[in-house]
Design a protein around this ligand. Structure first.
Ligand SMILES: Nc1nc2c(c(=O)[nH]1)N[C@H]1C(S)=C(S)[C@@H](COP(=O)(O)O)O[C@H]1N2
Ligand SMILES: [Mo]
Length: 491
């Protein structure tokens, strides 16, 4: 009886301690919450191959899955500590202390952390120790096991844990609501240069736009306190408020953003009309030093993304984006301001939730993903994808429309070809695209005969280069190969 009582005591004390720590953090510094902090530390420490697998297999649910795993680990350790503490009283202090130190250490390891970020975990651990002592008083060896007393105490601690966890969720929701309202109050000016007209069907709605980032909680940016610092190797440093940015002449451009982690045929590509401050004139006005070859963008949550200065100044429409498809940036996509660098994978050109831009050199600094082995130079590789029919679809014999998208940002797509089984490559029809920086939509009318068939697609960019058949994994510089699907044609 004492062993289960110990396990229950350990679990409840931990639930109560973590709950209190999470409320404290939610009300002050969300990134200092022990679960999120440990989760973030796990993400940073995870080997690239495992991260790849998580993004591939779990997509956006990688985050809830990770938080659940962290929660289960804490629960197991806490139950174990409770069982040991029945006999070894030192564990009443040592168990919570170890978990508290882990939480505090993880909070400190977070980028942009403050010394006081240890407070939620330490307070939580102390309260957990008190609860554990109080529960185990009734289950210690030598003491007559007071079942009723134990259950009553356990119910009380469980109640405390539920109230604290509920309060932390409520506080987080309220904060999220306030941020969402601040975003809704933003009125974006019209672009001084609105760019080419865009067919709405070419665009990915914001709600469907893929999301890839390391942020376990969407960073909370208070617009009033926010400014963008531009510093490092420039003759004049600058600090720009959101108002300052909106007062500059804005451009609006359709750009297809692609993730380096996208597999051949994968979903991590999307096209939006981005509204923002063109970056090249801003950088030129601040006087970039001759030796500065890297621009490091830092986000409010400490992400670092390095882009070659030469790329940003080569005439492409790199920008500090404030709008996405006619709205302020959605919170998940970088509100209030993110970078967009056409033709470069997101990890090397499109930092969300911007805090600062530093002009430096590649010699001096490795950005987050570069430190983890990803390529320094990250031009987007030519890609194409079959969206219709779906893989393994059953279709009727006759004319079947095969359709999809193809992209080669910066170079533009010259042609797309489709191949059925081992037949010849046939040219697909391209729908008009507004610029070389967006994907093109293509379609091909296939005379489908009954039976199983495979369909493949390949694109040719406007330099004349044909998309390579060679298979490459996303790591370290983007996947290559032809997207090929199997379908069954019924009679
Ligand atoms: N602050 C921050 N910016 C970031 C990332 C991130 O993890 N944190 N991920 C990058 C990656 S890998 C990609 S592909 C794009 C994705 O942008 P989206 O989520 O708006 O589609 O954001 C980039 N910017
Ligand atoms: Mo990415």
């Amino acid at each position: 009886m004492r062993t289960p009582a110990g396990a229950v005591a350990g679990l409840l004390a931990a639930g109560w301690g973590v709950g209190v720590a999470e409320v404290l953090a939610a009300a002050t510094r969300p990134a200092a919450g022990p679960l999120v902090a440990v989760g973030g530390a796990v993400i940073d420490a995870t080997p690239t191959a495992v991260k790849e697998l998580a993004v591939r297999e779990l997509g956006t649910s990688d985050k809830p899955v990770l938080l659940t795993v962290v929660g289960v680990m804490v629960a197991l350790l806490a139950a174990l500590a409770g069982v040991v503490a029945v006999r070894k009283r030192i564990m009443i202090v040592a168990g919570p202390a170890v978990l508290g130190v882990a939480g505090a250490g993880a909070a400190l390891s977070r980028p942009a952390s403050q010394a006081y970020d240890v407070v939620p975990s330490i307070v939580g651990a102390a309260l957990a120790a008190v609860a554990l002592w109080w529960l185990l008083r009734r289950a210690a060896p030598g003491v007559r096991l007071d079942r009723r007393g134990f259950l009553r105490a356990a119910a009380l601690v469980a109640g405390g844990a539920v109230v604290a966890s509920g309060a932390s969720v409520a506080v987080r929701r309220a904060a999220g609501g306030a941020r969402a309202r601040a975003r809704e109050a933003v009125r974006l000016p019209a672009a001084a240069d609105a760019g080419p007209p865009v067919r709405p069907e070419l665009l990915t709605p914001n709600a469907d736009f893929y999301r890839v980032d390391t942020a376990l909680t969407v960073p909370r940016v208070d617009l009033d306190g926010w400014s963008l610092r531009v510093h490092g190797m420039v003759s004049r440093e600058a600090r720009l408020s959101f108002e300052d940015l909106l007062a500059m002449p804005l451009i609006e451009r359709p750009v297809t953003l692609t993730c380096v982690s996208n597999e051949v045929g994968g979903p991590y590509a999307g096209t939006a009309r981005w509204l923002g401050v063109p970056l090249a004139p801003l950088l030129r006005s601040l006087g970039v030093s001759a030796g500065a070859d890297q621009l490091v963008a830092r986000s409010v949550d400490g992400m670092t993304i390095g882009t070659p200065v030469a790329t940003l100044l080569d005439g492409r429409d790199a920008m500090l984006a404030v709008g996405m498809n006619g709205e302020p940036l959605p919170l998940e996509h970088g509100f209030p301001v993110r970078m967009i660098t056409p033709g470069v994978y997101g990890y090397a050109g499109s930092c969300k939730w911007l805090a600062s831009l530093e002009l430096t050199t590649f010699d001096r600094f490795d950005a987050y993903w570069v430190e983890r082995g990803w390529a320094v130079q990250a031009p987007v590789k030519t890609g194409s994808r079959i969206d219709r029919p779906r893989p393994f679809a059953q279709v009727k014999a006759g004319v079947v429309t095969v359709a999809g998208v193809a992209w080669a940002q910066g170079r533009g797509i010259a042609s797309v070809e489709v191949r059925v089984d081992d037949g010849p490559w046939r040219e697909a029809e391209l729908l008009p695209a507004p610029s070389a920086d967006t994907w093109v939509q293509w379609r091909y009318a296939w005379q489908a005969g009954a039976g199983p068939h495979s369909l493949a697609v390949r694109a040719t960019d406007r330099t004349g280069a044909v998309q390579t058949q060679d298979r490459a994994t996303p790591f370290p510089s983007g996947a290559t190969g032809w997207h090929t699907i199997s379908v069954t044609v019924g009679a």
